[in-house]
Every structure is written in C-alpha cells, then in structure tokens.
Design a protein. Sequence first.
Length: 348
Amino acid sequence: MENIAPALLDWFYKNHRILPFREDPTPYHVWLSEVMLQQTRVSAALPYYERFLAALPDIPALAACDEEKLHKLWEGLGYYSRVRNLQKAAKIVCEQYGGQLPADYAALRALPGIGDYTAGAIASISFGIPVPAVDGNVLRVFSRLYNDPGVITDPKVKKAFTARVMEHQPPEKAGDYNQALMELGALVCVPNGAPLCDVCPLAGLCQARAAGTTAALPQKAKPKPRKVLPVTVALVESPAGFLVQQRPAKGLLAGLWQPLLWESEHLLQAEVLARLAALGVDTGTAVPEALPAAKHIFSHIEWLLSGVALTVPEQAAPAGCVWASREELRTTYTLPGAFAAYKDRMLG
C-alpha cells in the first residue's frame, strides 16, 4: 500500500466541513467537541456545543459549574456520564495543570472519560503530537482500504489497524491527517449505505473496492441482546407543578430528574393510586388518564413505558420529591430523553 497521506490531505483541504472547533482548535474546544460527538451526529451536536461554550467558556468555568446547571446544558444529548466525566477531568486539570489541558498523550489519557481516541484527537489536533486518533470512521476506512475482514470491535484487530494508520501518518501534519481520515469516513466512506467511491481520493488504492466487498465491511461483533424492562410512570400535577424525583447519584440516568415511576413493574391504574397513597400523595378525587405507551432504548436496556396522568390538590411534596413548575422544568430541572413522549405535556 503506497502512502495515502498526500492524496488524503489534498482532498481534506479542499472538501472538509467548516466547523467551529476546527476554526478554533484550542484543546478545550477539541476536547468538548469530541466528547459531544460520541454517539451524536455533528449537525445535532453543534447547537449544544455553542450553548455550552457560551455558558462555560473555559475549563475553570466547567470545573466550577453547579451540577444541576451542568446537566441542564447537556439536556438532549444523552449519555450524561460523559458530561460528569468532563467535569471530573476539568477539576483535575485545574488542580494539577493550572486549568489548561496538558500537551502530553499519556497525561490526557489518564483523565476521567478520556480514552485512546479522545486523547489522540486532542494531542494531534491541538498540540501537533504525532499520535493516532482511531474512531469508527477510521476503522471503517482502513477495513475497506485493506479489504480486511477482521472484527473491528476486537482489541487485537483495532491495534493492528492503528499500526497501519500510523504507517501513513506524516508526523508534521498529524492533526490534519487524523481529521482527514475521520472526515473521509463521515462524508465518503460512509457507515450506512454504499460508500461514495466515485469521489473518494483513495479509490484507486482501495482493495475492497477492487474486490467488490465494500458492502460487507467492516465486520463487527454481534451486539448483545438488550434487557427489556416495563416502567410505569405517574405524571402527577398540582397547582404547584409536576411532582418529580431525583434519580440516585449512581447508575442509569444518575442524578437526573424524572416523573414518579416504578421500574421493572407494569402497574394498573388502581395500583398506581395505591402506590401514590403509600408515598403520602393525596390524590383527592382524581380520575387517572392513561398515558400513551412509549419506548426508550439505552445502550444495554430497553424501557417499555406506560402509566397515568392525574391532577391532585395542592400539597407538600413527599420525601425525595419536589413540585416543579413548567418554567422550572424548562430552565432548571433536567428531564432526560427517556421521557420524551411525555415532555410536551409537562413543559406546556
């Protein structure tokens, strides 16, 4: 395989997307963008990126941010452990590195939430350090380029692919090269549907294209089946707002707010009323209204949601709960996307 860097970089300089974290690739900006882009498309992430930076323009601001505000800024992106790790790392950076990310791959890799890829992206793009930044886009490009049927989720295969990536990397342009590979995978050697080989700068070298095997690559391990759980939701409204409770500090959706609910249980309306009474909620003469059934898929769990909505008299919130007005739900309390089917009703 001849060196791909010249043709790849020429294509990248002419065709790359104009993105704010490319125009101003400071370490904090690159770090934030890479964390946001995990499991999120660029077009979807950009408004969150701009809003987050406007509120928290540097690492010390991120480190000092109130957790509730931090969650609210992230609301809609999902995978909230990402932003909690972001803040954990920011605090360490302030304590150990004066509020600036270190120009050292190993030191970056040691920070919470920063894996091989993110450390490589920051080190190469922001600091010009010749290290790899191998994400799913890059693995797909190299799987096809070398017509390699290795299962890319296998650590040994990924290590071998990373070595190939580095064989072609020009040390003086490490950041541009890494970005060019990612961009090629995002725009040309695409993950869903046929790759756009007619406009690929590496088409003449691509062994999968020559062999007619691009559609079969890359190979991935079969995902494990998700655990399916019933979840019963109660949208309890009073003149003071909706009754919401904070989830535990650890585990799924840690620290976020939710309507009252019972996981792993499919409850009938009468059972929901009995549960509410046991919590100390005075349901008065409320007649429950059935909520539409909904589904939410996490990486390893699938929730099947159902439940009731009811209006109750004004009263104190039971232990562990608060009454949240629609305005407070819009501005203060973070409702995760798992409750998207009921958000319109709660936010008004």
